[in-house]
Write a protein that binds this ligand. Structure first.
Ligand SMILES: [Cu+2]
Length: 117
């Protein structure tokens, strides 16, 4: 019974060595850079904290620090995204410049304005 564990150990070590030699690190580094540079709407205690403006067609990240789910729903339907509690979501800003008022579907008192320019 001593040979089988030895063979398994060698196999696992070989797999680990293969995984370490891949180029995964480059891919993840690029992804982190893109995420960090985009506009963010953060939601905390049922209040939107929005950027001054975003560029047309920008990917907007929505971070929800509440335990309750919220939505970012444009009054004219230009965008609509649901963000679960303690979660993050993204949506694409309208391509047409303007001021887009939005509301939370679940909490009508939550309102904001997305300025696209
Ligand atoms: Cu809400």
């Amino acid at each position: 019974m001593t040979t089988k564990p030895t063979i398994l150990t060698v196999a696992v070590l070989a797999l680990l060595a293969t995984g370490c030699s891949s180029s995964d690190q480059q891919t993840s580094a690029e992804g982190d850079t893109q995420q960090g540079s985009g506009p963010v709407i953060s939601i905390q205690e049922f209040v939107y904290d929005e950027p001054e403006s975003v560029t047309p067609g920008a990917e907007v990240t929505v971070t929800n620090e509440d335990s309750a789910a919220h939505t970012v729903t444009a009054d004219d339907g230009a965008f609509d995204v649901t963000v679960d509690g303690d979660a993050t979501a993204t949506f694409t800003a309208p391509s047409k410049p303007g001021e887009y008022t939005y509301v939370c579907d679940f909490h009508p008192d939550m309102t904001g304005t997305l300025v696209v320019q």
